[in-house]
Design a protein around this ligand. Structure first.
Ligand code: BGC
Length: 252
C-alpha cells in the first residue's frame, strides 16, 4: 500500500510550522501548528521546539513518515551553512540530531528545495516544462531550481552577490520590513535581483513563494522581466507539503 499521508515540518528563521498532509491532494489534513523559533536558533533549542510541535501535530494520527526542512545547505544529512540560524549548525549531522531528539526517523532537506518540490507536485510548477526557478522571499531568500520537474538541490541563490552585497540582505521580505521600504522601493531591489537571475539561468518561469507572495499584486506587477513571474500556490505551506512528500518519496 502506498502511503498517502505524512507529516511536514518547516523550520524557519522566525517560526517552526507543521501539519499532517494528504499527499494525494496536497491539502493539509490537520490544523497548521506554528511555534516561534527559539531566539538565537541554537541546535538544542530548535530540536526541543520541533519535538514539542511534533507532539501536537502527531497526536491521534499514529506513526506517519516525517519530513523536516531547514534554512541551510543540506548535504548527506548535514547542515553546511547557517545564514539566519545559529552558526553552531554549520557542519552538524543535523538529520541524526533531529532523529535522536524526536525519537523517529525523518527525511531532512533544505526549506526552499522542499517548497520547490511542493510547487512542482501540487502547485504552480506542476507539469511546467523547462527551467523553473522558485524563490522564497522571507527572513532570507531561498531558491529551488527545477528542470522538467527535476530538482537541482542546494542552489542557494539568495546569496548571489550584487553591488557588493549578499543580496538576500537587501531583497528578502525581512529587508523590506527592516528598512521600512514601500512596495515600489522594494520592487526596485527585486528588479535587480530577478534581472540577475534571468541573465544567469534564462528560466522559463519564476515562482515567488514565502508569506509575502499573498500580496503579489503589490509588487509583481512592478517588475519588468522577460520571464513570466507568478506567485506560488502554496505560499507559506509549501515547505510543509514538500518535506512531507519527500519523506514518502525517500523513506528513511
Ligand atoms: C539560506 C537558505 C534558505 C533560505 C530561505 C537562506 O539564508 O541560506 O538555505 O533556503 O535562507 O530560508
Amino acid at each position: 500500500m502506498t502511503t498517502t499521508t505524512a507529516i511536514g515540518i518547516d523550520i524557519g528563521g522566525t517560526g517552526i510550522k507543521g501539519a499532517v498532509v494528504d499527499l494525494g491532494t496536497g491539502e493539509l489534513l490537520s490544523e497548521r501548528i506554528k511555534l516561534a523559533t527559539p531566539k538565537g536558533g541554537k541546535p538544542d533549542d530548535i530540536i526541543e521546539t520541533t519535538r514539542e510541535l511534533l507532539e501536537t501535530v502527531s497526536s491521534g494520527v499514529g506513526d506517519l513518515p516525517i519530513g523536516v526542512c531547514f534554512p541551510a545547505i543540506v548535504k548527506n544529512g548535514h547542515t553546511m551553512s547557517a545564514a539566519n540560524v545559529s552558526k553552531e549548525w554549520i557542519g552538524l549531522a543535523a538529520e541524526d540530531l533531529f532523529e535522536n531528539g524526536l525519537d523517529r526517523p525523518i527525511h531532512f532537506v533544505n526549506d526552499a528545495d522542499a517548497a520547490g518540490y511542493a510547487e512542482a507536485r501540487f502547485g504552480a510548477a506542476r507539469d511546467v516544462p523547462g527551467v523553473v526557478l522558485l524563490t522564497t522571499l522571507g527572513t532570507g531568500i531561498g531558491s529551488a531550481l527545477l528542470n522538467d520537474g527535476v530538482l537541482v538541490p542546494n542552489t542557494e541563490l539568495g546569496h548571489l552577490e550584487i553591488d557588493g552585497h549578499d543580496y538576500e540582505t537587501k531583497a528578502a521580505y525581512s529587508a523590506k520590513e527592516r528598512d521600512d521600504l514601500s512596495w515600489e522601493k522594494w520592487a526596485h531591489r527585486l528588479q535587480k535581483y530577478y534581472t540577475t537571475l534571468e541573465a544567469l539561468f534564462s528560466p522559463d518561469l519564476f515562482i515567488v513563494g514565502g508569506g509575502v507572495s499573498k500580496n503579489y499584486d503589490d509588487f509583481i506587477p512592478l517588475l519588468d522581466l522577460k520571464t513570466r513571474i507568478i506567485p506560488a500556490v502554496h505560499r507559506n505551506n509549501a515547505g510543509i507539503l514538500g518535506s512531507a512528500a519527500l519523506a514518502v518519496k525517500f523513506p528513511g
